[in-house]
Design a protein around this ligand. Structure first.
Ligand SMILES: Nc1ncnc2c1ncn2[C@@H]1O[C@H](COP(=O)(O)OP(=O)(O)OP(=O)(O)O)[C@@H](O)[C@H]1O
Ligand SMILES: [Mg+2]
Length: 485
């Protein structure tokens, strides 16, 4: 979630609950390292005779993450001791869908995965909610091939938002200064309170006779409030909330209706977003809506979705929704080709220096290199937004450079990758175009020939973009990476 919708860099900082700043890459690296080491310990204990070299790792990410966020995860995994060649990224909703498609018939969900059927996968996690519409391409006994119908969309409306709303509530009622002191001096009590909130959130039922929810809170919150405001929090709650939230024993007691409000903005955003998704090309009337991710276990969310879309008769989930992603990604790691096509989320292109062509190009888009007039800033489109790209499908662009200056021949070629939400941008300076990353191509054998010629191949059908440079003169083919950070 910390990696969604923000500028990503290796120097980026994130905050812990007390507001202390930490390097994000270290937090991610150590989390992955912990999981990896724990896993290795488990199978070393079982004496299965494997080493880390026998393991291929699949790191799952929300499907709406940017290329930079995905690169960040790859770097963190490498720093955690997983070789780049021994890992891949998997999109969480795809993994969940693959898992569902292979469930035993008596679990009911696999029956929706019939050839040519379209299914909407709604992945409601902790940080993000992603919506993916897939079509079943082929069904085999042990494998189901799927393809995206529309680009993945979504936003930051996962279950953590509910916890954040609770925190905001505490700050509003007791004051930031009180909460800051409580977190600073009684962190374990604060964490205990948040853990209890998490338990209550997860067990909240919409049926039954329960009229309220109690959250255990730390006694020292009461003391801090009293010393700062000269008032008991019991009276403060009575004054501010007229008994809808009150203290009983060691608990903060919420009327059910008030507690449900913590879910309100998520429910609204998720329902709105599903609604909008139905209007997108090929997304109306899916055969079923499959809810996955831990947050979809919340009855409040599930009921809101069912109520909002009575036309979708089948709103279903596998048992243990959050494990669906984990298990599905193991399947995906073995057979990544089962997702046969994905839809571009943005138009991607390169900028290259090419010989000047006067038509339609203005003076200011040209410049001189080695005495030759060049056209620059043109957007060399490789993939269009909303285009379905099949796995393995490659786009190629020829590149050519004249180097009369011998010194410049040793320099790598930097090719910039630009993105736009427009289908057909002409120049990288057009409104809405932005720099996404850079490809660095080193000269074959250390030096470019006077007339350097070659091809850039780009493949975007997988979970990560693959780039190759094919040099025309030396015949050398090199795998290149796009640096998105
Ligand atoms: N029964 C439940 N009721 C309400 N919320 C739940 C329930 N079970 C899990 N959650 C919430 O689901 C979220 C975790 O879901 P999940 O494990 O799918 O997330 P994730 O995949 O780690 O996150 P993301 O997909 O955003 O990266 C947490 O916010 C958790 O509180
Ligand atoms: Mg998830």
């Amino acid at each position: 979630m910390q990696l969604h919708n923000r500028e990503i860099s290796l120097g980026m900082m994130i905050q812990d609950v007390t507001g202390k700043e930490l390097l994000a890459i270290n937090v991610f690296t150590e989390s992955i390292r912990f999981l990896k080491d724990h896993f290795l310990e488990m199978f070393t204990d079982k004496k299965l005779g494997f080493t880390i070299n026998d393991v291929f790792f699949v790191i799952t990410v929300p499907a709406i993450w940017s290329d930079a966020a995905k690169q960040f995860m790859r770097v963190a995994s490498e720093k955690a001791g997983i070789k780049s060649s021994q890992m891949m990224l998997a999109y969480e909703p795809e993994a969940a869908a693959l898992f569902c498609s292979l469930l035993p018939e008596d679990q009911g969900i696999a029956k929706y995965f019939q050839e040519r059927r379209r299914l909407m996968i709604v992945d409601l996690g902790g940080g993000t909610a992603d919506i993916t519409v897939v079509k079943v391409i082929k069904r085999e006994e042990k494998l189901t091939y799927i393809e995206h119908v529309y680009r993945v969309t979504g936003g930051a409306w996962g279950g953590n938002q509910v916890n954040k709303n609770f925190e905001k509530f505490l700050e509003l009622v007791f004051g930031n200064d009180v909460m800051d002191e409580f977190k600073r001096d009684y962190l374990s009590q604060y964490l205990e309170m948040m853990r209890d909130f998490e338990v209550q959130k997860k067990t909240l039922s919409t049926s039954g006779t329960k009229t309220g929810v109690g959250i255990r809170f730390g006694g020292d919150l009461r003391h801090i409030f009293k010393s700062k405001r000269g008032k008991d929090i019991k009276d403060e709650l009575q004054d501010k909330l007229q008994g809808k939230v009150r203290i009983t024993g060691d608990k903060l007691r919420f009327d059910l209706a008030i507690f449900k409000r913590f879910f309100q903005d998520c429910v609204k955003e998720i329902v709105n977003h599903i609604n909008e998704s139905f209007l997108k090309r090929g997304c109306a009337w899916p055969s079923a809506m499959i809810l996955v991710g831990g947050f979809s276990d919340a009855p409040v969310i599930r009921e809101a979705i069912v109520d909002a879309f009575p036309v979708i008769r089948d709103v279903v989930s596998p048992v243990a929704t959050s494990l669906a992603v984990l298990k599905g990604s193991v399947i995906f790691g073995h057979e990544p080709a089962i997702v046969t096509g994905r839809v571009c989320r943005e138009t991607l292109g390169l900028t290259l220096r090419r010989p000047y062509v006067p038509e339609g190009q203005t003076e200011k888009k040209t410049f001189k290199i080695d005495g030759q007039l060049q056209a620059d800033k043109s957007f060399q489109k490789m993939f269009s937004i909303n285009e379905i790209i099949k796995l393995g499908q490659t786009r190629t662009v020829a590149i050519q450079d004249l180097h009369t200056n011998k010194e410049l021949r040793k320099n790598p070629k930097i090719i910039e990758v630009y993105a736009s939400q427009d289908e057909d941008p002409k120049y990288i300076t057009d409104a809405g175009c932005s720099l996404r990353g850079k490809i660095t191509v080193n000269p074959p054998n250390g030096k470019w020939p006077e007339n350097a010629e070659g091809f850039i191949d780009m493949e975007t059908g997988g979970t990560e973009i693959i780039v190759r440079y094919r040099d025309k003169h030396s015949g050398q083919i090199t795998e290149e990476t796009i640096d998105f950070m």
